[in-house]
Design a protein around this ligand. Structure first.
Ligand SMILES: [Ca+2]
Length: 524
């Protein structure tokens, strides 16, 4: 264990040796803040049923004085794959992180590598979750694996080989500890001759939603508004019906109610309502801790006169279900898990008080940050596209993407029971194909083996298509796949899905079992 004070003192010496503490003015600093599983419904600026509780005043202020993005999606709603897409600008089959048990290759840490080439001093702080050493960053202080909520430890560079150098922040909640470390790096670690690029990743509000003690009473006497579809689990097709984990009765396969201490002998709907209330209170208390710490970061930048020329991005690594469709967790291509919050604050460069509705996904983040860093052309190996023009308030390019692609690979794992599926969404419609199996070839070469024996993959689930008209049915309550009124649109979207899979190298030739299902059921 390295003494933390000594660790930061060494950083401080480095800073004094190498800097006259004046910042290069022409390039903006970039502060990328990401919280684990912080979904848009739990951000006031997105105006959901929870907005009236005012859960995120500091993040809302970033939106009010910056830009709120309304159509940002992940391409694989799970922690590690989303982080890998953000880091590489690539979809899962290209960056090889299909699920949480794959590691990012050291040479594939493209975003920090390119930012360094662009003249930035780079830091990665908080939850990393990509297994390999974050070697491409000038500085890192990251939690091992999922990290711990209390008394968290962090991995740093040091005398020993990764992951041998550990520091611990005793007596602290992870959100406070991560922010202390981030602020310490800005004060004493950052080489002010260069602009900074800092990835500041909170562990909260990931399960089991443990908040700092000071939030024990927050929302204590408040009735949390329920979603209208709290008791309507997915039922669009045999591909989704009966799956997922939620709050009521046997749907709680993950044990949320038990873990929250709700009496199992309560009748429904009282039982489900009680689980929902406690779940949301724990989650929102974690969110409050994140928001207060975002406030600390903003306050520091303001004090140091850095706020004007720092691009602050705020996002979650995916969306999350907060009781909608009687679901918790993420994974599904339904809006709550698929959509990401994304807010940008940059007084010098971005139009304040605006919103944007371009169809964006998390492979676009790296190209955008690189353009903001002055990189003239997105590297060819990145599959995303910069939306820096959106920050400047420019019109959407005519050739901007018409559909965004999605695929969830981790079929039926973790008692959360989400079948594997892929699909596309355009500005109005969504087409989903539940192929419902594990492509075993994709799992064999794991850096780390999946839970359970490799010979006991979860069984095949029913194959089915779903189609939603999000304008007529934003809550995705009615699968319109069989409705003849939509037949021509569905035909068109199947063509787009096929083209997108080919364009993005997301096809299944390598996975014969999946390919056979696609061939057999494409025209169902
Ligand atoms: Ca996550």
């Amino acid at each position: 264990m390295i003494n933390y004070v000594k660790h930061m003192a060494l950083l401080s010496v480095f800073c004094m040796m190498t800097t006259v503490c004046s910042q290069a003015a022409e390039k903006p600093n970039i502060l990328f803040i990401m919280s684990d599983d912080h979904t848009y419904q739990a951000i006031g600026a997105y105006g959901s049923r929870l907005a009236k509780l005012n859960p995120t005043p500091n993040i809302d202020a970033l939106a009010k004085n910056g830009i709120r993005f309304d159509r940002v999606f992940c391409n694989n709603s799970l922690c590690a794959p989303s982080r890998a897409s953000i880091l590489t600008g690539q979809y899962s089959q290209t960056n090889c992180v299909l699920h949480n048990y794959h590691a990012i290759g050291e040479k594939k840490q493209y975003l920090p590598l390119e930012m360094k080439k662009a003249g930035y001093h780079t830091a990665m702080i908080g939850k990393w979750h990509l297994r390999t050493e974050p070697v491409a960053f000038d500085y890192y202080c990251v939690m091992p694996g999922q990290g711990k909520y209390f008394d968290p430890s962090f991995l740093v560079r040091g005398d020993k080989k990764w992951p041998g150098n550990t520091i611990q922040k005793r007596g602290q909640h992870s959100s406070d500890a991560i922010t202390d470390i981030g602020l310490e790096w800005l004060k004493n670690g950052w080489d002010r001759k260069k602009p900074f690029f800092m990835m500041h990743h909170f562990k909260a509000p990931h399960d089991m939603f443990q908040h700092a003690k000071r939030y024990d009473k927050y929302l204590e006497d408040v009735e949390i508004p329920e979603p209208e579809n709290l008791f309507d689990p997915p039922a669009g097709s045999k591909g989704s019906k009966g799956f997922g984990s939620g709050m009521t009765g046997e749907r709680d396969s993950w044990g949320l109610g038990r873990k929250l201490g709700i009496k199992e002998n309560l009748e429904e709907p009282e039982h489900g309502k009680a689980v929902y209330q406690k779940y949301l209170k724990h989650y929102l208390r974690c969110v409050k801790g994140v928001d207060d710490n975002v406030g600390r970061l903003i306050a520091y930048l303001r004090e140091e006169n850095l706020l004007e020329n720092t691009v602050i991005m705020y996002t979650g690594d995916q969306g999350f279900f907060l009781g909608e469709h009687d679901l918790m967790d993420k994974r599904w291509m339904y809006e709550e898990a698929f959509r990401m919050p994304f807010i940008v604050h940059w007084p010098e460069g971005a139009k304040a008080g605006t919103s944007n509705d371009w169809l964006i996904n998390n492979t676009d983040f790296a190209p955008t940050m690189l353009e903001l860093a002055g990189v003239k052309k997105t590297p060819d190996y990145m599959q995303g596209r910069s939306f820096a023009a959106a920050l400047r308030g420019e019109a959407k390019p005519a050739d901007w993407r018409k559909v965004t692609y999605y695929r969830f690979w981790l079929h039926m794992y973790h008692c959360l029971r989400v079948p594997a599926h892929f699909g596309i969404r355009d500005e109005r419609y969504k087409l989903i194909f539940f192929y419902g199996c594990v492509p075993e070839e994709a799992m064999k070469n794991n850096a780390v083996r999946l839970p359970g024996s490799s010979s006991r993959f979860p069984p095949q689930t029913p194959v089915a298509w779903e189609f939603y008209d999000l304008k007529a049915d934003p809550a995705e309550m009615k699968n319109q796949y069989g409705n003849p009124e939509y037949a021509s649109i569905i035909t068109r979207m199947k063509e787009q899905l096929k083209e997108k899979r080919e364009e993005l190298s997301e096809t299944d030739e390598k996975y014969p079992a999946v390919q056979a299902i696609i061939d057999k059921h494409w025209n169902d």
